[in-house]
Design a protein around this ligand. Structure first.
Ligand code: FES
Length: 321
């Protein structure tokens, strides 16, 4: 969606801001007048206006059947852009924040009956809603949840509940890559036409994507954090020719193609802006792309580009916009 057709934000009251693991807080929002909130499905996120003015997206982790509250789990990102620290440290129960209604870029297909969920750290949040939705619909799931240690792991109690515990594997690596969960066996075959959903740090998602080349691309879904770091120290500026107008715009080191186009006055549809939902897919007509998305299949990369995250290897690329 473009900035102009975003649903209007609504004032919601913060009713909880509680630590649930080391560096992780659960924030709960309700309507100040006690009204029912717009409904959501598992995988949806809300956008919160942080007191410093920034907008941040967080996956809803409560049961989608609940209509009176939204709950999000937020990791205090000391190396982030400051939004999570502001929310955790300075927002308290009773405060009101502006919140955009839920949007779902990570939805479970209605007809699917089996799911494989892979979470890394705080990436577990959408799965907390998904396992509740799947359980209510009598669907099957396996959840593999990779975390550093029990102290840094949110939702251990909920995941130990009788209805979930046999479907959940929590793997602790103590922050040592050598102790990472080996996904090769888990991903070796697609059982019961499972749909795979993965959310976590980028290296985890890239590893999973690289091990699922033999899965149908329609059955593999990723969601990145909204402050996912897709810039690299080696990034360089480049030019983008917009084939429809013939205009050539500069994409600076610190900008994305999408941002540069918007600054050029163009309305460009987007949603996740992390290279996972597919909304900003654009035909690549010339030049070589530096693909950083998690949604294009290998055979689509020669002539498509996700302009919210991907860059150029050549000095100039031409896109069909
Ligand atoms: S906006 Fe979602 S992939 Fe670009």
């Amino acid at each position: 969606m473009t900035a102009s057709d975003q649903p209007p934000m609504m004032p919601l009251r913060v009713t909880r801001n509680d630590k649930i693991a080391d560096g992780i807080h659960l924030l709960e929002f309700r309507d100040p007048g006690g009204k029912t909130l717009p409904e959501f499905s598992a995988g949806a996120h809300i956008t919160i206006r942080v007191p410093n003015g920034a907008l941040r997206k967080y996956s809803l982790c409560n049961d989608p059947a609940e209509r009176d509250r939204y709950a999000v789990a937020i990791k205090r990102e000391v190396n982030g852009r400051g939004g999570s620290i502001k929310l955790i440290d300075s927002v308290k129960a009773g405060d009101e924040l502006m919140v955009a209604p839920p949007i779902n870029d990570f939805e479970l297909p209605q007809r699917a009956t089996d799911f494989l969920f892979i979470a890394g750290g705080i990436g577990v949040t959408p799965f907390m809603a998904m396992i509740r939705e799947a359980h209510a619909a009598k669907k099957r799931f396996r959840l593999y949840y990779c975390s550093r240690s029990p102290e840094t792991t949110a939702f251990i109690d909920e995941l130990s509940a009788p209805e979930f515990k046999d479907s959940v594997t929590i793997h602790y690596d103590q922050g040592d890559p050598a102790r990472s969960l080996d996904f090769k066996l888990i991903l070796a075959e697609r059982k019961n036409r499972e749909h795979l959903y993965c959310c976590g740090p980028r290296p985890l998602m890239e590893a999973v994507r690289n091990m699922t080349g033999h899965w149908s691309s329609a059955a593999v879904h990723f969601e990145a954090f909204s402050d996912a770091e897709t810039h690299k120290a080696t990034d360089k500026a480049f030019k983008v020719k917009l084939a429809q107008s013939g205009d050539v715009i500069d994409v600076l080191v610190t900008k994305t193609i999408l941002e540069a186009m918007r600054e050029h006055g163009l309305e460009v549809p987007s949603s996740c802006e992390t290279g996972t939902c597919g909304t900003c897919r654009t035909k690549l007509l010339a030049g070589e792309a530096d693909h950083r998305d998690l949604c294009l299949a290998e055979h689509e990369r020669g002539d498509n580009i996700m302009i919210c995250v991907s860059r150029a290897k050549s000095d100039k690329i031409t896109i069909d916009r």
